[in-house]
Write a protein that binds this ligand. Sequence first.
Ligand code: FAD
Length: 317
Amino acid sequence: MDLSSLTNAGIPVAPNALLSDYTTFKLGGPCTALVTCADRARLTTAVYALRKRNIPFILMGFGSNILASDKGINGVIIRYTSDIPLITHNGNTLTVDAATQLDALAQYAVNSGLDGMTTFCGIPGTVGGAIAGNAGAYGAQISDSLQKLDLLGPDGNITSVPRDCIHFEYRDSDIKHNDAIILSAQFKLPSGDIGKMQELRIHIIKERESKHGRWQDNPCAGSFFRNIAPTSNAGQRQSAGGIIERTGGKDLRIGGAHPYPKHANIITRDNSASAQDVLDLTSKIQELVRSKTGIELIREVRLLGTFNGQGNADGFW
Ligand SMILES: Cc1cc2nc3c(=O)[nH]c(=O)nc-3n(C[C@H](O)[C@H](O)[C@H](O)COP(=O)(O)OP(=O)(O)OC[C@H]3O[C@@H](n4cnc5c(N)ncnc54)[C@H](O)[C@@H]3O)c2cc1C
């Protein structure tokens, strides 16, 4: 596949790139080509060029919520992620390119005396990926302070959409299920005490590392399953990790895949593991929890490509 027009436009293209190099599970076979777009301008250039030539593609951010198939993907992946924070600041409003890392946005907000992002400190992934999956922690969700999004639609139009026109749920949104691409987002944040927020940031990052480990050392995609919806309006979500532990799921292991010892809902792996081992283990955990409690665990992590017994025939989501 000749993608030299993208390379000529300053957009890096890596043919046959291994998805294991671009996901926090560090698993996954090759894709036809991986196109990295570090900002909104490059992203729109790449999307228009591929659509003009009817070349289908899959969009990912940092790859921190994805389990990619060992067989890889017969298609192009666009990776929309930036190492540099792309943020503009006007009073209590921050406008952020979706390629920006969520932790960089949280850090920027803290250091600017803006509250509402501190609990997202230490979560890997891009702002775009976080909004698509309505990422959250400590009871807060990224959609809480969102004001509007710039979306690139499948028709090629860019629209500015107010937050209220998008349906968000616990770890889910409309955007995760349609072909719209988040280009940038605007957040309105209340003012806060910089010193207290900086202390909280340090505390949260330490707590995350002690409870979950670092993905660089324990490859994973964060919580594999969603927490369980409350059975009454008053109730809180039940921890999926707690239920897995109570039903004995923490002791299961398939190939090199196993739950993280300190947190049963984080599936990690040793070097011998395949993506198929991870999926087989999590299917076994689902069966165990279903048979012992009647609860259906719902996957939070997205599958990319085909797996034995699952996945789409065309090799995409
Ligand atoms: C160690 C660790 C800890 C984690 N802790 C948490 C946590 O506390 N809370 C939490 O909610 N999550 C957590 N996660 C999961 C993950 O970090 C978040 O879901 C993150 O927001 C995903 O962003 P991403 O850029 O990596 O998305 P990806 O994994 O690359 O993609 C996920 C989905 O988002 C879509 N997407 C990505 N970018 C865009 C865009 N610009 N426009 C439209 N769709 C897009 C993709 O198509 C895909 O469907 C954790 C993960 C790890 C590895």
